[in-house]
Write a protein that binds this ligand. Structure first.
Ligand SMILES: [Ca+2]
Length: 244
């Protein structure tokens, strides 16, 4: 299937339907997460360096050919709408590689995919991935893009977006919103710089339950490095969803 390219516009984001609800998954830091978050490969809970000194989820530690995944033990219901927000910091290497992905998957808490351009999800077949890709492989439009990928195959993008903010070298916020009634999936990014506006970086229509092969799914992250490398960190993460 030909990749769809979505042009970027700064938009006013719709208000979340979950504003008054307690998030189902809520890591303001990753302190205390070792009993609720399954981690595979290089994914680990570490104390960040720099002025924040907080517990973070480090998906790759800055070595070559690393791959990591982390899944919350609380599964979510893909037949209901959900929203997830997370703070990401991809840094340390030059050029950075390879990026991270937010996934829903129904293979299990040990799911872990391939390194390099596989972004840690290659081969997780019953999944939908939203990748934040910092290294241009053959199918990639650039070294700074988002994509929706089905079936754990990063060589084929269901949709692609190129944000105007850098994914590598500066922390950013990401927000994933899924409307289960319309199957509309929207991904927003926002720089943490003062005055920055959230932008719609990717929009797609995907039946998550059909693509992931079940109504309830594990939710979390994968990441990888290859012959180029990065430290790839998640500082906070929340999911407002129906539990399953
Ligand atoms: Ca790539």
């Amino acid at each position: 299937m030909a990749a769809l390219t979505f042009s970027i516009a700064v938009v006013v984001a719709p208000a979340t339907a979950f504003a008054d609800d307690e998030p189902l998954i809520d890591y303001k830091t990753f302190s205390g997460s070792s009993t609720t978050l399954d981690r595979n490969g290089t994914a680990d809970i570490v104390v960040s360096t720099g002025h924040l000194r907080q517990r973070i989820l480090r998906m790759t530690a800055g070595g070559f050919r690393q791959t990591g995944s982390a899944w919350d033990r609380q599964k979510i219901d893909l037949t209901d709408s959900f929203e997830s927000s997370f703070k990401v910091y991809l840094h340390h290497g030059r050029p950075g590689a390879d990026g991270i992905a937010f996934l829903v998957q129904t293979e299990g808490p040990r799911a872990l995919g391939g390194w390099g351009g596989g972004l840690g999800y290659r081969g997780i077949k019953r999944s939908v991935a939203i990748e934040f890709d910092t290294f241009q492989n053959t199918p990639d439009p650039s070294s700074n893009h988002l994509a929706v990928v089905l079936g754990g195959n990063p060589d084929s993008h269901h949709s692609v977006g190129e944000p105007s903010i850098p994914l590598f070298g500066r922390p950013f916020m990401a927000r994933v919103h899924y409307d289960a009634d319309t199957n509309r999936l929207r991904v927003y990014v926002k720089s943490l710089r003062a005055g920055s506006k959230e932008q719609l970086a990717l929009e797609d229509t995907v039946d998550l339950a059909a693509e992931a092969g079940a109504m309830s799914a594990w939710v979390g992250f994968t990441a990888a490095t290859g012959s180029a490398l990065s430290k790839q960190d998640i500082y906070s993460w929340s999911v407002s969803a129906s539990g399953a």
